[in-house]
Ligand binder design. Structure first.
Ligand SMILES: *Cc1c(COP(=O)(O)O)cnc(C)c1O
Length: 389
């Protein structure tokens, strides 16, 4: 039996059959079960912030697991407290942290936190993606994801992303929270206009609503700043709630919900919980990621390499290039899924978020040589995609 047959007869068909069985990774490179090498411009969907098998993550996880692997939240551990302190310091705010295992869980906790305001209405953005649990799905606009599972909890108003006036019109004194991604990821890397998040902050303040920023994909250096709300769209903005996950653990599952100021005190004992969340191994992995980003100057390098890619990938078949740092979206005049297949054939892992949209989310440890390799191969990849259609 091939691995595809084994996969199809043993795993639920939620993802379709994967394109490759990957066997090994190192830095920005992965190898499949036939020993073929690929440069990874997806990084496990913005998760492998330090690439694959980074020595700092391997050492942190190994040492922690050998020392203390799990304690439940009836107890705590030094890595859990140190991580919470470190994240609050990076955000530059007082507050409280809840640690879970994924982006959806981080948002689920945040959604419950907003209920503790006594209000239930949430305003979220069209094209936004917040995860697949019932709560996170209720806040996600895409009909194809939602409709098979309705009714979903809550009263949610969706507004066009990037339109401050539409947002202002939707928020009332009954609104518990406004939920936004600082750059939309699953929508194909949509960067809002400068000042959009600052406008959202003002609207929330006017109505006593919480500003909740989902930085699950954008956070932890992805856009060249620790958090994407520190870019021009939200300079000076501090959210009331921020959720993190993907890149934080460097490949180890972790999710984080931060409540800033009084918002962090809205949960009382018994309001929420988790068995695995905050376990010392995941927290040690996250601490190693944060330390390495700082020590190796990966924020600056994400900005610089992002510019290299955005400058190097224009082509007559590229209609638009969007993005910040190493979060890049390309609108093509050729079929994006065929472009993904052509790229794989030529040794590059890239991603399509739609029929004409390519997304790149390489590890922050991307090298100049790897960026140049994609730029050099790009016209040939587009040629092959065109020929195959
Ligand atoms: C991926 C993602 C999520 C969901 O994270 P999971 O770990 O898949 O549950 C939530 N919000 C955003 C912005 C994401 O990109």
């Amino acid at each position: 039996m091939t691995w595809q047959q084994r996969y199809e007869s043993s795993l639920m068909n939620t993802f379709g059959t994967p394109k490759l069985l990957l066997a090994r990774g190192e830095g920005c490179h992965v190898w499949d079960s036939d020993g073929r090498e690929y440069v990874d411009f997806l990084g496990g969907i913005a998760v492998n912030s330090l690439g694959h098998a980074h020595p700092a993550v391997v050492a942190a996880v190994t040492t922690q697991l050998q020392t203390l692997g799990h304690v439940s939240n009836l107890f705590t551990s030094e890595p859990q407290i140190a991580l919470a302190e470190r994240l609050l310091a990076l955000l530059g705010a007082d507050g409280r942290v809840f640690v879970s295992n994924s982006g959806a869980e981080a948002n689920e906790a945040a959604f419950k936190l907003t209920r503790r305001t006594g209000r239930t209405h949430v305003v979220a953005a069209e094209g936004g993606f917040h995860g697949r649990t019932m709560g996170a799905l209720a806040l996600t606009s895409k009909a194809a994801y939602r409709e098979p599972f309705e009714p979903l909890p809550g009263t949610v108003t969706f507004v066009p992303y990037g339109d401050a006036a539409a947002l202002a019109a939707a928020v009332t004194d009954e609104t518990a929270a406004v939920l936004l991604e600082p750059v939309q990821g699953e929508a194909g890397v949509r960067v809002p206009p400068d000042g959009y998040l600052s406008a959202a902050r003002r609207v929330c303040d006017d109505h006593g609503a919480l500003l909740w920023l989902d930085e699950v994909q954008t956070g932890i250096g992805r856009t060249g700043t620790w958090f994407a709300h520190q870019l021009a769209s939200g300079q000076g903005v501090t959210p009331d709630i921020m959720t993190l996950a993907k890149g934080l653990g460097g490949g180890f599952p972790i999710g984080v919900t931060i409540g800033v100021g009084a918002t962090g005190a809205l949960f009382e004992p018994g309001n929420h919980g988790t068995t695995f969340g905050g376990n010392p191994v995941a927290c040690a992995a996250a601490l190693a990621v944060l330390e390495t980003i700082e020590k190796d100057g990966l924020l600056d390098s994400a900005s610089a390499l992002g510019k290299t890619l955005r400058d190097g990938l224009p082509d007559p078949r590229v209609v638009e290039i969007r993005g910040e740092g190493l979060m890049i979206g390309l609108e093509l005049s050729v079929d994006a899924p065929r472009t993904v297949s052509a790229a794989l054939d030529q040794g590059f892992v890239i991603n399509a978020t739609g029929p004409s949209t390519i997304r790149l989310l390489p590890p922050l440890v991307l090298t100049d040589a790897d960026a140049t390799a994609l730029i050099d191969a790009w016209p040939r990849i587009l040629d092959a995609a065109e020929r195959s259609s």
